[in-house]
Design a protein around this ligand. Structure first.
Ligand SMILES: *[C@@H]1O[C@H](CO)[C@@H](O)[C@H](O)[C@H]1NC(C)=O
Ligand SMILES: *[C@@H]1O[C@H](CO)[C@@H](O)[C@H](O)[C@H]1NC(C)=O
Ligand SMILES: *[C@@H]1O[C@H](CO)[C@@H](O)[C@H](O)[C@H]1NC(C)=O
Length: 743
C-alpha cells in the first residue's frame, strides 16, 4: 500500500518491476517491506499473502501469524482476511536503531498445516520527527576584547536523532555585527559551526553579546533547534583615560590662601579593574610654577601651594597627564588658570619734575610740576584718580596717560605764603580702593612786587627853635615785605624848596635808619612850619618807591623880650601924661602898650609897677597895661609922679622890659617945661656915659687897624721891587697888581 500510495504512474511501474524481481528473489529468501516509522496502528504495510503466493482464504485455517525473533516487540500483524500486514505497534526508528543508517526488523511469517516459515524484513524508513537539539540551553563564551578579527570559536554540534537528510544539515546565526558563522563538516559528515569574529569587540561598548544559533535539519519540512550563545566580552587595556574636558578653564583670585582647591580634573578609563585606574600628574612645568601647584595623584585635585601674584603671572597653563593602571596609556589635558587681579598694589606717586621755587608772579595756569602715578594692578584696580587738597592754589590737570601737570590756579604771593605743602592723593578704583599720598614742598620765589610802605600816612615833627644843628628831629620808617634787597628800604629827601632855599639846607635823612636831622638852627619867628617829602625806595630792580609827607613844626622858645611900644622907650622923648587934679579913683590915666614877637605864653605879657613916686596912687592892669588912679587925687600929692613899669612875658624863664612913665598932676599945660629937668634921670646919664666910652674905643681900634694894614702894604712893595730888579728888571707893575689881588 505504501507503493500504491505513490501517485506517480511512472514510478509505480518502476516499483512494480523492482517488486517482481524482489519477490522472485524473496521466493527463495526473504521478503522485505519498507515502512516509514511512526505509522498509525492498522496502517497496511503490504500484502504478504499475495507476495508469497498464498491462498488468502486458508490463512486463518493455517493459523498464519507473525513471530518476532527472540522476544522482541511485534510491530506488525497480519490481517487474516486479506493477508495484509498491518502496523501493530508504534514504530520509532530512533528507538529501535538509533543513529544507524538502516533500521531493519526481522520477522517470521509462520503458517501451519503444513508448517511454513517465511522470513521477511521491515525496513523502517526515517521520517523527520526529531528536531535538532543542543545539549545546553546556553553556550557561553568569554572573549577578550582584544581578540582580532578572524578569531574563531568552535561551537557545539546540535544533535538530531533523525538520520540522513533529516539530521542537522545547516546552522544559521542570528544577524549581528560582530560574528559570522562558519559551517563545517566533520569526517563523519556531521556539520558543526564555528563562530568567527568579524568585527572586534569593545567591552566598553557592549559587555555581552547574545546570539541565537539555529540548527536546521534537511527534512521536509525542516525542523530546527536553537541555542543561545552568550558571549562575555573580557576587558583588555585598550582604553586610555579620557578627560572630562580637554581644557579646564578656571579663574583664581590672586593671593588665594594656600591649599585652595583650584580645580579637580577628572579622567575616566573605560577599562575595568586595574586597567581603569587613573592616576594624574603634571606634565612638564617650569620650576617656579611647580612650586605653586600640587596635584593629587589619585583624585586629580589641584591645590595651591604658593602665592599667586597677578602682577607676575596672570595666566598659568598646566599640562596634566592621566595614566591608567599599567601606565601604558596616557592622555593629556590642559588646565588654564586665569588669575583674577586683586587690588593689592597701592598707587605710587612719582614727582617727575618740579619747578621750585616758583616766581610769585607766575600767571594762573603755570605748570610747576609733573606727576606720574603708577599702579601695578590692572583694570579698575589699576585705574588711579589723583587729587590735591582743597586749600591750595594748585590743581592737577590730567595729561598723557598717568601723567598729571601741577598747575597754579591763582595768584601766588610770597609775602602771604612763601611755601606750600601740597599733598597729592592717588586712589585706585578697586574695592576696597587703595590710596597713597605724597607731599610736595614748593617754595615761592620773590619778585619785587611790593613798594615800601610807611608806617604812618604822614609824619609830624616838632622842633624847638634854636635847636642845635645836626640834632635829630624825628624818624620815619617804611617796611617792604619783599625778600632781601627787594625788601631793603633806603630813605631820601625829595628835593624841594623851603622859603626859597633847598630843603637840604634844612634837613638831612639817614638813608638806612630814616632818622631826620636838622641841618640848621630854626627860628620860629622866621619859619613856623614846613613840609618835606621823604622817599622810601627798595633795592630791587626795577626799584619801587613811595613817599610820605613830613610836616616839621617849629615850636617857639622864649627868646624875645617884650617890646614896649608906648611909651616909647627912647630916653630923649619922654612922654608926660597929664592927670587932672580932679581925677577920681579908678580913672584911666595912661596905658603901657607892649608886644612880644614870641607866641603863646611866651608872648603873654603882664604889667607891673616896680617903682613909683607914690606907690599907693596908681595901679596898672596886669594884663591890660592900663594905668589907673587908685584913689582920688588930693592937694597934698606931689605934682610930678614917676612910674617904672616892667612888662614881663610868661615864658620860662620869663623875659621882661621896663619903661618909665612921667605923670603930671596938673590942669595947666604951662607947667609942662619944667618937665625937662625931670627927665634928667640918673640912670640915663649913666647910659650916655657908657655910649661915649664905647664909641671912643671902637674908633681907636679902627684907626690902629688901618695903620697896621698900611705898614704891611708898604713893606711888601719894597721887598718885591728889589727882587724883580735882579731877575728881569721889568714887570713890576704887573707883580704889584698880583700882590694886591692876593691881598
Ligand atoms: C607737610 O604736611 C605733612 C602732612 O600734613 C606734614 O607731615 C609735613 O611735615 C609737612 N611738611 C612741611 C614742610 O610743612
Ligand atoms: C627780587 O625781585 C626780582 C624780580 O623783581 C627777582 O628777579 C629777584 O630774584 C628777587 N631777589 C630776591 C633776593 O629774591
Ligand atoms: C609821591 O607819591 C604819590 C602817590 O603816593 C605820587 O603820586 C607822587 O608822584 C609821588 N611823588 C614823587 C615826587 O615821587
Amino acid at each position: 500500500s505504501y507503493l500504491s500510495n505513490s501517485k506517480d504512474p511512472v514510478s509505480r511501474i518502476m516499483f512494480c518491476l523492482l517488486f517482481f524481481v524482489l519477490t522472485a528473489h524473496i521466493a527463495y529468501g526473504e521478503v522485505s517491506y519498507s515502512v516509514p516509522e511512526e505509522m498509525k496502528r492498522g496502517s497496511v504495510i503490504g500484502n504478504i499473502a499475495k507476495d508469497l503466493g498464498l491462498d488468502v482464504n486458508r490463512l486463518s485455517s493455517r493459523k498464519a501469524r507473525i513471530d518476532t525473533e527472540g522476544n522482541r516487540k511485534r510491530y506488525c500483524d497480519i490481517n487474516l482476511n486479506t493477508g495484509e500486514l498491518i502496523v501493530a505497534e508504534r514504530i520509532d526508528r530512533e528507538e529501535i536503531s538509533g543513529k544507524k543508517a538502516s533500521c531493519v526488523i526481522k520477522n517470521e511469517f509462520v503458517l501451519e498445516n503444513p508448517l511454513e516459515l517465511h522470513h521477511f524484513i521491515l525496513n523502517i524508513e526515517d521520517i523527520n520527527d526529531n528536531s535538532p537539539q543542543f545539549k545546553e540551553s546556553v553556550i557561553k563564551f568569554e572573549i577578550r576584547e582584544s581578540a582580532g578579527k578572524g578569531s574563531s570559536y568552535l561551537l557545539e554540534d546540535a544533535y538530531d536523532a533523525d538520520i540522513g537528510r533529516n539530521a542537522v544539515q545547516s546552522y544559521t546565526l542570528q544577524n549581528n555585527e560582530h560574528f559570522i558563522l562558519n559551517v563545517l563538516t566533520r569526517a563523519n559528515g556531521r556539520k558543526y559551526g564555528q563562530l568567527v569574529l568579524n568585527k572586534e569587540l569593545d567591552r566598553e561598548q557592549q559587555k555581552e553579546v547574545t546570539l541565537i544559533l539555529t540548527a536546521v535539519d534537511g527534512g521536509t519540512p525542516p525542523r530546527s533547534g536553537t541555542v543561545a550563545i552568550h558571549v562575555t566580552v573580557l576587558d583588555a587595556n585598550d582604553n586610555a583615560p579620557v578627560f572630562s574636558q580637554t581644557v579646564y578653564k578656571v579663574s583664581l583670585p590672586e593671593n588665594s590662601p594656600l591649599d585652595t582647591v583650584v580645580v579637580t580634573v577628572s579622567a575616566t578609563d573605560a577599562d575595568e579593574g586595574q586597567n581603569g585606574e587613573v592616576t594624574y600628574a603634571f606634565g612638564h612645568l617650569p620650576q617656579k610654577v611647580q612650586q605653586l601647584f600640587f596635584i593629587n595623584l589619585v583624585s586629580g585635585e589641584i591645590k595651591l601651594t604658593g602665592l599667586i601674584d597677578y602682577e607676575i603671572e596672570s595666566t598659568f597653563e598646566l599640562p596634566i597627564q592621566a595614566k591608567d593602571g599599567q601606565g601604558l596609556a596616557t592622555s593629556h589635558c590642559t588646565v588654564i588658570i586665569d588669575v583674577i587681579d586683586a587690588n593689592d598694589n597701592t598707587p605710587i606717586i612719582v614727582v617727575s619734575s618740579l619747578n621750585s621755587p616758583v616766581p610769585e608772579n607766575a600767571l594762573p595756569g603755570t605748570e610747576v610740576g609733573i606727576i606720574n602715578v603708577q599702579d601695578r594692578d590692572s583694570d579698575n584696580n589699576g585705574q588711579v584718580r589723583c587729587s590735591i587738597q582743597q586749600n591750595v592754589p594748585f590743581k592737577l590737570v590730567p595729561s598723557i596717560k598717568n601723567y598729571y601737570s601741577l598747575v597754579t590756579t591763582g595768584e601766588l604771593d610770597r609775602e602771604l605764603l612763601s611755601d606750600y605743602n601740597i599733598t597729592i592723593t592717588a586712589t585706585d578704583e578697586g574695592s576696597p580702593p587703595l590710596s597713597s599720598t605724597k607731599n610736595i614742598h614748593l617754595t615761592v620765589a620773590d619778585v619785587n612786587d611790593n613798594p615800601p610802605v610807611f608806617q604812618e600816612q604822614s609824619y609830624r615833627a616838632h622842633v624847638q627853635e634854636n635847636n642845635k644843628p645836626g640834632s635829630s628831629i624825628c624818624s620815619v620808617s617804611a617796611t617792604d615785605p619783599d625778600w632781601r634787597q627787594n625788601g631793603t628800604v633806603v630813605y631820601s629827601l625829595l628835593s624841594s624848596d623851603v622859603n626859597g632855599a633847598p630843603v637840604s639846607s634844612f634837613l638831612s635823612i639817614n638813608g638806612d635808619t630814616g632818622v631826620i636831622h636838622a641841618v640848621r638852627s630854626f627860628d620860629y619867628e622866621q619859619l613856623k612850619s614846613f613840609k618835606v617829602l621823604v622817599l622810601a625806595r627798595d633795592n630791587g630792580s626795577p626799584p619801587l618807591s613811595s613817599n610820605v609827607t613830613v610836616s616839621v613844626f617849629i615850636t617857639d622858645e622864649n627868646d624875645n623880650s617884650p617890646q614896649i611900644l608906648y611909651p616909647s622907650p627912647e630916653g630923649n622923648s619922654f612922654m608926660t601924661e597929664m592927670v587932672p587934679k580932679a581925677a577920681q579913683a579908678r580913672s584911666l590915666v595912661s596905658k603901657v602898650i607892649a608886644v612880644d614877637s614870641d607866641s603863646g605864653q611866651n608872648a603873654w605879657l603882664s604889667y607891673h609897677i616896680i617903682k613909683a613916686t607914690d606907690p599907693g596912687l596908681f595901679t596898672i592892669g596886669v594884663h591890660s597895661g592900663e594905668i589907673r588912679t587908685q584913689r582920688d587925687i588930693s592937694e597934698s600929692d606931689s605934682m610930678k609922679q614917676n612910674l617904672i613899669v616892667s612888662v614881663r612875658d610868661n615864658g620860662q624863664p620869663s623875659l621882661s622890659a621896663t619903661c618909665a612913665l612921667y605923670l603930671l598932676i596938673s590942669d595947666n599945660l604951662a607947667e609942662v617945661p619944667e618937665l625937662k629937668d625931670m627927665s634928667r634921670d640918673e640912670s640915663s646919664s649913666k647910659l650916655t656915659f657908657y655910649l661915649i666910652i664905647a664909641l671912643v674905643s671902637v674908633s681907636t681900634f679902627f684907626l690902629t687897624f688901618i695903620i697896621i694894614i698900611l705898614a704891611i702894604y708898604i713893606y711888601i712893595y719894597i721887598y718885591s721891587y728889589s727882587f724883580f730888579k735882579d731877575v728881569s728888571g721889568g714887570g713890576l707893575l704887573e707883580i704889584t697888581a698880583k700882590s694886591v689881588s692876593f691881598y
